[in-house]
Design a binder for this molecule. Structure first.
Ligand code: KG4
Ligand code: ZN
Length: 361
């Protein structure tokens, strides 16, 4: 089954063609990072306008790169939520029109399912082996931190989630505090390379006996640790002739231990994620630990999970999507639509956007 996937939930305009949820024929991503960088984060209105400009060329490029014509498609899949309402509307309406015009089924997909099913995608042109159930999935993105036990595609148990900030949000806010820019995860990863994590002892919220997480205390501890070195506070200034405010990064004294703090902060986040995920996998007899979401791109997190599996001496396969399938993309949406086509019966015109769509209703 050849599915065209469309994803516009946040700040990436993406389209992809995937066969049977595994074989990626094309994966086109138009990133808006440059558009939002000056503002220190995603500006919803700018994102929606950006999608409108990009979506048609992105879909056409995805079809061209897959070397297929519209008639070769069996279905269209689109992210219906969660995400920014204005951004989701662009993808859903384009997908609706496309599916209707071609007489194809339209499959609405939960963006979080997309991240999970990135683990079923093969590298370009190849088909991977199926992850073995039960799968313990650690889903870590800009908006979510979830532990999910998948006994099969249909039977899933929600084990825990963050009580406050998501892991990606913690990276983004931490990077802002340190004046490292946006998006925060890659900026912290890069800066941490030259830092010594052992110079700062930042707190870990273990929340023992639960599969939940908390990162807000860590964020505050980072702020306290860096404050003594600050010479100029962060600010928001109005951009002349524009309705937007620009984010101005804080300024730190020369020699401030920014790299050390970045390394200590990154280690604090990935240690809790890795230890708790491997522990949960062991407790529930999982055969596979699957990492998903934008934070799955973290090299430190990947390495820490591998180390933790060895340290806890568990017989556990580790799956992580290729880097291009970790952050937002449309191949994962086409993949999820194949494995969980739960709502295919819905009339095309009734499909709507759901900015707060939960993974577990
Ligand atoms: O899944 P995603 O692309 O968008 C959402 O659905 O939220 O995730 C984006 C998040 C951002 O918070 C970003 O800082 C984080 O993923 N991220 C990383 C890395 N690359 C992206 N976090 C840590 N290390 C990275 N290398
Ligand atoms: Zn995402």
């Amino acid at each position: 089954m050849r599915i065209l996937g469309v994803e516009t939930s946040c700040d990436e305009t993406a389209a992809a063609v995937v066969i049977d949820g595994r074989r990626v024929e094309s994966n086109v991503i138009w990133s808006q990072i440059a558009l939002h960088r000056a503002h220190g984060g995603v500006v919803p209105e700018l994102a929606a306008r950006g999608h409108i400009t990009a979506i048609i060329p992105v879909v056409e490029t995805a079809l061209a790169e897959a070397n297929v014509s519209k008639g070769d498609l069996d279905a269209v899949a689109v992210t219906a939520g969660p995400g920014l309402a204005g951004s989701l509307l662009v993808g859903v309406n384009v997908a609706k029109a496309f599916a209707f015009a071609l007489g194809l089924p339209l499959i609405p997909v939960n963006h979080l399912d997309g991240h999970i099913y990135a683990n079923w995608l093969g590298p370009a042109g190849a088909e991977p082996s199926e992850p073995e159930f039960p799968v313990l999935c650690l889903l870590v993105s800009g908006g979510h931190t979830e532990l999910i036990l998948m006994k099969s595609h249909e039977e899933r148990v929600h084990l825990g989630s963050t009580l406050d900030d998501a892991a990606g949000e913690a990276f983004d806010k931490g990077a802002r505090t340190l004046g490292l820019g946006y998006p925060g995860g890659p900026a912290i990863q890069e800066t941490a390379l030259t830092g010594d994590a052992s110079r700062f002892d930042l707190p870990r919220a273990w929340l023992g006996g639960t599969d939940d997480f908390s990162f807000s205390g860590l964020k505050t501890a980072l702020l306290r640790s860096v404050e003594p070195y600050r010479t100029e506070a962060p600010a928001s200034v109005k951009v002349v002739g524009s309705p937007f405010v620009e984010h101005v990064a804080p300024v730190y004294a020369p020699g401030a231990p920014i790299a050390d703090l970045a390394a200590a902060y990154q280690e604090a986040i990935v240690e809790v994620l890795a230890v708790k995920a491997v522990h949960a996998a062991r407790a529930h007899g999982a055969k596979t630990l699957a990492l998903a979401g934008g934070v799955a791109a973290s090299k430190a997190l990947r390495a820490r999970i591998v180390a933790e599996i060895a340290a806890q001496n568990v017989d556990l396969g580790f799956r992580v999507p290729a880097f291009e399938f970790c952050t937002d993309n449309a191949a994962m949406i086409a993949g999820a639509a194949f494995h969980r086509p739960g709502r295919t019966g819905e009339a095309i015109w009734e499909i709507d956007v759901h900015p707060r769509l939960p993974l577990f209703a």
